[in-house]
Design a binder for this molecule. Structure first.
Ligand code: PGA
Length: 241
């Protein structure tokens, strides 16, 4: 595992963008795994700027997002398709036919999940997976559990996650309690993983993830076993390493 400590959020985002641009320039039909949340916003801004400056071409790139809330559609401003469209997709030349975010409105959620995992496999798997980490060690919405999940599935969100995400809603009662998420198996099958972590509040969980036991109570700890992971964090998140 490679750990890069950047001085601050902006440097973390710039270093992550360098990695993404390098991989897309080496393989123009790269399959990306993408993440939402506050952490990747700087990376997405850098990628949009690099596209405008002619430094990267997304026309053949495809992507799968980690997760989406159950009951939330593509045009819902609290949803993750909406997030991706407004923070990245509309600023670059990615073909919207090649991007996928789980359908939170699917009538048959299980069928949607199975199709999602199968579609990733049909694309040849994810080349480069972006991750953030939750305060409880989740990746995607894979919450602390007695097992590591395999494929895309419906997850009940923990109170900690609901509280953390409530900052983006008018009221905590509006935060969905379930989400569709890629499984840890889907994530682990990615050829390369880049995890971004910033801020003091993530220092404790980052230490557990990198140096603690490999334990499904800290789902991100499984990354210790993956052969091609780069963690890019800022100095605050690295404080306890
Ligand atoms: P954040 O979320 O980037 O908003 O901190 C990360 C996560 O919960 O995975």
């Amino acid at each position: 595992m490679k750990i890069i400590v950047a001085k601050d959020y902006d440097e973390m985002s710039a270093k992550a963008a360098e990695l993404f641009i390098d991989r897309i320039n080496k393989k123009n039909d790269l399959v990306l795994g993408l993440a939402t949340g506050t952490t990747p916003l700087g990376l997405y801004k850098n990628l949009a700027d690099a596209y405008k400056a002619g430094k990267v071409d997304f026309s053949k790139v495809s992507s799968f997002n980690l997760d989406e809330y159950v009951g939330v559609g593509h045009d819902n401003e609290n949803g993750y398709y909406y997030f991706m469209y407004h923070n990245l997709f509309k600023h670059i030349n990615i073909d919207l036919n090649n991007v996928r975010v789980e359908n939170g409105l699917a009538e048959d959620l299980e069928a949607e999940c199975e199709d999602y995992s199968n579609s990733i496999k049909a694309k040849g798997g994810i080349d480069l997976q972006l991750l953030g980490i939750g305060h409880d060690g989740h990746i995607g919405f894979n919450e602390p559990s007695s097992v590591f999940s395999k494929g895309t599935h419906v997850e009940e969100l923990t109170q900690m996650t609901i509280e953390a995400n409530s900052r983006l809603f008018n009221d905590i009662s509006e935060v969905p309690t379930r989400a569709l998420t890629m499984g840890v198996g889907d994530i682990f099958a990615a050829k390369e993983i880049c995890m971004l972590v910033n801020g003091k509040g993530k220092a404790e969980i980052l230490k557990k993830c990198l140096y603690g036991d490999i334990d499904p109570m800290v789902q991100a700890s499984i990354l210790q076993l993956h052969g091609n992971v780069t963690v890019i964090c800022d100095a605050e998140a690295a404080e306890l390493l």
